[in-house]
Every structure is written in C-alpha cells, then in structure tokens.
Design a protein around this ligand. Sequence first.
Ligand SMILES: [Zn+2]
Length: 416
Amino acid sequence: MGLMKQSQLFPKTLRENPKDEISANSKLLVRAGFVDKLMAGVYTFLPLGFRVLKKIENIIRQEMVSAGGQEILMSVLQPKENWQKTGRWDSLDSLFKFVSHYSKTEFALGPTHEEIVSPLVAKFSLSYKNLPLYLFQIQTKLRDEKRTKSGILRGREFTMKDFYSFHADEKDMEDYYKKMKVHYKNIFDKCDIGGKTYITFASGGSFSKYSHEYQTITKAGEDRIYVCDECKIAINAEIIDEQKQCPECGNKDLKEQKAIEVGNIFPLKTKYSKPFGLKYKDKNGFPKDVIMGCYGLGLGRLMGAIVEINHDEKGIIWPEAIAPFKVHLISLGKNEEADKIYNDLSGKGVEVLYDDREDATAGEKFADADLIGLPYRLVVSEKTVAEEKIELKKRKSDESKLINKKDLLKILNNQN
Ligand SMILES: [Zn+2]
C-alpha cells in the first residue's frame, strides 16, 4: 500500500554525506535512506529505494509485455559446461566462479543468461510456426567488476532485465530490433531521462558490425560518447577511431560527452544458437539455425542515472512515475487535521509519506522533504488550519501556495 508514517520509516535520513561515496547519486541515495552500502558495488535496497526499484521494474515489465515478451526466471547458479561450450568460461573476465566444497564441482554465478536461455529453447523442438519467440526476465546478475566507484551505477551485484528474441531469419530479427528501440525509448521517456539518453553505436564484437548501447549523459559518467545533434544518436569512444563521423548522416561535427550506459541491445545472430544446436524446422522440414537478439537494461543503473540528472544541492527530485510516494505530507506540531488529510488521501489511493514526527523541527522536516525528493509537499500547521487551507509546494519549484482542502485531490490528480 502507498502509505507510510515517517516516525516508523526505516531508516532515519543522515545529516552528512557518506564519506566513502563519490558520485552524487550514491551520496544522495545513501543519505536519504534509499540504499545502504554493504561493500564496494553491493547495496541493500531499503524501503524507499525498494519502492523506486519496483516502480522502475513495473514500467519495464509493462513495456516488455507489450513487446510480446513472456516472463520467465532463470537461475543465478549455472553449470560450468554451458560456459565452456561458448568459450566464455575462460574469456569472460567478469565471470564469478564458484566451487562446491562437497563435490568440488565448479559453477558460474550468472553475469548474463545467453548460456542458459539458448539451451533452454533448444530442448523443445521448434518449427517455423513457433517463431518468433520472445522471453525475458528481471533477475539478479553478478559481475566481478574492477571499478565500482560510481555507487549503484556499476555494481558487482545488480538487477537487470534481459530479453531474448528468437527468429527464423535475419530480416525478422532486424525488424524486431527496430521495434525494440521504440520500446526502450518509451521506458526512458517514462523515467524522465529520455531527453538525455542516446542510442549509441558500439562495437558489435566478432558477430555484427555494431551493437547499440543506451547512454545517458551525465558528469558522473565513466564512458565517453560522441553525439550527433542532427540525428540524436551517439558513437562510443571505443569505435570513434574507425568511425569519425555519424553512421546515420555522415556529420563529422560530433560533441564529446560523459555518459553512463543504462542498457544495450545486441544482434546475436547465431553466436549462441550454434554452440547449443538451437535450430528450427523450416517449411520443408529442414533444420536451420535460430537467429537471436538480446536486449538488456540495468534497473539500479537506471535509478542512479535518474538521480544524477534529477537533483539539486538540497536533494533528489524524483520524476512522478517512479517516486516512492507522490506526496510528502508534513505536520507542523501535533494536529488532528494532518491525520485526517493523511487518512483521506490514502483512502483515495494517493501514495503518501506522512511526516508525523513529534521530535523533529520544522527545519528538519523541510530539509528531509527536499532530500527525499517526493513530487509534492503538503504542509499542515496551526496557521493553515486557522485559514482552512493547506500549503502545497512542488519539489521542482520554489513557490508554495495555499489551496482549499476540497481542491487538493483535483490538483494532485491533474498536475504533472
Ligand atoms: Zn547524424
């Protein structure tokens, strides 16, 4: 349910920025009580952070289902043989390896799931009638990252949406790949980072000319990208030497920017279907290789990127679609009117965080409201009660106004 009293909320906000965090997103998220750092690159999501994560998850899930995806859940613990089949047991530096002390059997802790989903689909004899097929999951990934200084932007353990598409031919895969770009744009727009997120040409590895990353421009970014203002696309620094102009329009006047990668999409073609014998029977009954694509999106990275872009010196400014609560209701002094508004709003389905603390000053309450960053702040005090009004302020703006109580719901439902 969308209601919570701040006197009971775990944990309390911190007065100071944590000393061991460098990036703005992790300083703010730790200080405001959204996440707690367990060790480098590993975070616990606390009640406020968990609510944001679930909202992002739901936006992504909705979009993936509308892209035709069927949701599954694959395991984190994975057999070594699968990774040997693709050669990645030895070649993937970020692969965590794990030994059972009973059997001395070796396992991989999944950094991605091509090695699981490809043999999964290969178990079921497919015909051309079963294609295309789309499977996705939202699952924990583990990667042995060298650098983990950017808070939740680069984790050793993180939640990722990974989506795999299976096609009869390359043309079908390429058409679908274009459709998926539209779904990705919808997700970034809903999370309010669409304007700063660029589809970025990156190396395709050995199996394709290009892959595509989604890069969000921010000073905290660890990647360098080169943006074409004409096409609203970018090129990753790793391929700029071979590709000094925009691949779409030929523009050579590209702007260097720092950015963070929030997602990526790959035309996998037969890279994983071949080693696992993933084939289908065509119209004439002949076996053919299945053509694959994959589409990743990091939930924690998205959350970190949203905070990097949406904050000021006082705290976070959550976009309404993913804010943990819509309204921060503040009671100044003990007053029954605030209790009543809290019950009214929550009865009407409005998500409210109610600062009912009796031991906090007005200044502390306002500072916490700015730090936590909910879209609307409502203040109920003796003064507003005497005037039969409520003070309303948007986190995005500096102006507050007194409104009539009867107009409150209408205003909250109509404003964006
Ligand atoms: Zn261009």
